[in-house]
Design a protein. Sequence first.
Length: 137
Amino acid sequence: MATISLPFPPSSNTSYLLLEPAMPRFAGCCFLLLLLVSGLDLAYSESQCELVFEYFPYCLEFLTGNYYKPSRRCCGHIYKLNRLANRGLGAQLICWCIEYMVRGTEPRMMADRISELPTECQTHLSFPISEWMDCNS
């Protein structure tokens, strides 16, 4: 950084810091790099969610209350997601993918339907289903 002394009041000994011309450019490049990296991370995460985005929508008709029971295809996909939760993607990522997919959509998933899903599909859930859940816990 450069300093400059100006010969006018408040005193002749006051120094002012000036930024080098390259500093704003460097800061801008760092900011753009940060945006690029975070965007790549989001795209990478979305690509990891591909199977969840493919399988889970078959259950939304039941979970939102449009159908009285889940389809066989929904139950088959819940079985596949359980296997992925235990042996592949992990429960935390599946939870995050479901939240990402359904947050803010209408109609909303019904809590009683979420709790009925394992019974209706004669299975268990190895991952949480919710629109607003802390997937880290």
